[in-house]
Design a protein around this ligand. Structure first.
Ligand SMILES: NC(=O)C1=CN([C@@H]2O[C@H](COP(=O)(O)OP(=O)(O)OC[C@H]3O[C@@H](n4cnc5c(N)ncnc54)[C@H](O)[C@@H]3O)[C@@H](O)[C@H]2O)C=CC1
Ligand SMILES: O=C(O)CCC(=O)C(=O)O
Length: 527
């Protein structure tokens, strides 16, 4: 088997390359390239490991037909076009905890640097000015810290600030009152935070809701003498309004680790009294970089080599314990979805995935994604479990999930039903020995078959002599039958025949089969 190939395109701790190699991947480290150079190179790779410099745009993805996974050694993924990656079926992973302590500590460091004007005091002292009277600071003890975003990093900042005897107020629409109590912070609305905070620190991702959250209007609502820290993302603070606030003296200090445009080689804020900055160093400690490098390489190699999914932003996770149990279900689900997709010609506004018995105890998301992948692959062979749920949504396909914990005829069952113009049609399957996918029911008829390779599906009238006739026809055309699976609604009624054959069946043979007496429908299938 050829080894998966991974490109590390941003500076990363050497542990990443070591882990990739140990886990069976070939790895190239090529950093600092232009977007054009990356586009020219990316076509060879199955995996792309990045930090924040590499921008994974639609153009990069279009040039990457083999790409299966993008791993961000860090938290923010705003440098990856996730909708475009999802549409291409590429998994995007990050390492959500590896650098959070380090980034929280950077925010606290910047808070102290602002409170005591450390950078300027240091610079003037080293110039020989001994400016003892020029740097009156403020204590943080007893002051109010306004936390915008109370997730992983925000909550670490809060705990450190509480240790410094600050009061912490937090604005985060997703923060529950219980969690706020647990964190020891007061949950407030944004206006409340702006009015009360002596220091404001930002810890949200950059989204349409958070972009410009500290706008000119909101900065004007802050307390006079406020100090602002941004270690999250440029774009959360209006930089021009920040400068005006500093110039007017309304804002006493601002510390930015991140800028609207990076690298920020020129900014009107540079040189403004009260302004300090670092070049996106929030995650830059030895500890954090080892953590994220190890984690991203482990996650990506796991996915490329054995299909495990951890910390993916566009696909349900599959833990190491779940993966072996879920794999046969995903195979069954994909085959059932594919069977329905291949046999449905009408438009389908709704697909339902119904699990019964043991299947209900498992994570349903990968099962649903696998059904959708099988169903939609009939329309496009680039569909996989990553992009199938997005495609289904895009195409207005309603997806229903139903669970019946009680066992029916089988200890475990997955049923896929589609709503079509001619009514609801469903197929169902189980796992033999918990691992072997088997079809057990097709459009209301009990039939037991392994869905594999090339197959023929025939609907005919249940009458003597048919099996002989179809066998003869296939034999005369040099087609070897592997398995023969029969089912019928009732004696003398409608019957279905599922044959596995050792090769594809030509249109001509399908036509001849269709012309046999009693045959209502013939279709070639492949799995
Ligand atoms: N400077 C640096 O080097 C680093 C920067 N970061 C940035 O820090 C950000 C936060 O990281 P984590 O705490 O790990 O993320 P997280 O996802 O754990 O927390 C983000 C919090 O923001 C909240 N939030 C979302 N929308 C909001 C809104 N409209 N208003 C207020 N709060 C909102 C969420 O509810 C969540 O609690 C990342 O998205 C990343 O951009 C992360 C690591 C290093
Ligand atoms: O990789 C870096 O240095 C930046 C880290 C960061 O911004 C993130 O993890 O979101």
């Amino acid at each position: 088997m050829t080894k998966p190939k991974v490109l590390i395109s941003d500076k990363m701790d050497p542990n990443a390359a070591r882990i990739f190699e140990e886990r069976g991947c070939d790895v190239d480290i090529i950093t600092g390239e232009t977007p054009e150079q990356l586009i020219a190179r990316i076509g060879d790779y199955d995996g792309l490991a990045i930090r924040s410099s590499t921008k994974v745009t639609q153009a990069v993805l279009d040039a990457a037909p083999k790409l299966k996974v993008i791993g961000r050694a860090g938290i923010g993924v705003d440098n990856v076009d996730i909708p475009a990656a999802s549409a291409k079926g590429v998994v995007v992973m990050n390492t959500p905890f590896g650098n959070s302590i380090t980034t929280a500590e950077h925010a606290i460091a910047l808070m102290f640097a602002l409170a005591r004007q450390l950078p300027e005091a240091n610079a003037q002292t080293q110039q020989g000015l001994w400016p003892k009277n020029g740097f009156m600071g403020v204590e943080v003890t007893g002051k109010t810290l306004g936390l915008i975003g109370a997730g992983n990093i925000g909550s670490i900042v809060a705990s450190r600030a509480l240790g410094l005897k600050m009061k912490v107020v937090a604005f985060d629409p997703f923060l529950t009152p219980e969690r706020a109590v647990e964190m020891g912070v007061e949950k407030v609305d944004l206006d409340g935070l702006l009015a009360r905070a002596d220091f404001i620190t930002l810890h949200t991702p950059l989204t349409d809701q958070t972009r410009n959250i500290l706008s000119a209007e909101n900065l004007a609502k802050t307390k006079k003498g406020v100090r602002i820290i941004n270690c999250a993302r440029g774009g959360l603070v209006d930089e021009a309004a920040l400068k005006e606030g500093l110039d007017s003296g309304h804002i006493a200090g601002a510390a930015l680790d991140v800028f609207q445009t990076e690298p920020a080689k020129d900014s009107p804020l540079f040189g403004t009294p009260g302004f300090i900055c670092t070049p996106h160093l929030g995650a830059s400690t030895t500890e954090a970089q080892v953590n994220v490098a190890l984690q991203v390489a482990e996650q990506m190699a796991d996915f490329l080599v054995s299909g495990g999914v951890t910390n993916a932003l566009n696909m349900p996770s599959l833990s190491a314990e779940e993966a072996p149990k879920l794999k046969p279900y995903m195979a069954l689900a994909e085959k059932l979805g594919s069977l329905v997709g291949q046999l449905t010609r009408d438009s389908v506004p709704r697909i339902s995935i119904h699990t019964e018995g043991a299947a209900t105890e498992l994570n349903q998301k990968p099962i649903v994604a696998a059904v959708l992948a099988g169903f939609l692959r009939v329309q496009s062979d680039t569909v996989n479990m990553v992009n199938a749920p997005f495609l289904a949504k895009e195409r207005g396909l309603e997806v229903r999930e139903v669970k019946t914990e009680r066992e029916g005829d089988y200890h475990t069952l997955v049923r896929v039903s589609v709503k079509t113009e001619s009514g609801e049609r469903s197929v169902a399957g189980t796992l033999f020995n918990n691992v072997e996918p088997r079809l057990v029911e097709m459009f209301g008829i009990k039939v037991e078959a392994e869905l594999t390779g090339h197959m023929m599906y025939i609907v005919n009238e249940d009458a003597p002599g048919f099996i002989g006739r179809i066998g003869t026809l296939l034999g005369e055309n040099g087609i070897n039958i592997g398995t023969f699976n029969l089912g019928r609604r009732n004696a003398g009624g409608e019957a279905v025949l599922l044959l596995s054959v050792d090769g594809s069946v030509s249109e001509d043979v399908l036509k001849q089969a269709c012309e046999l007496p009693g045959v209502k429908m013939v279709k070639a299938l492949s799995f």
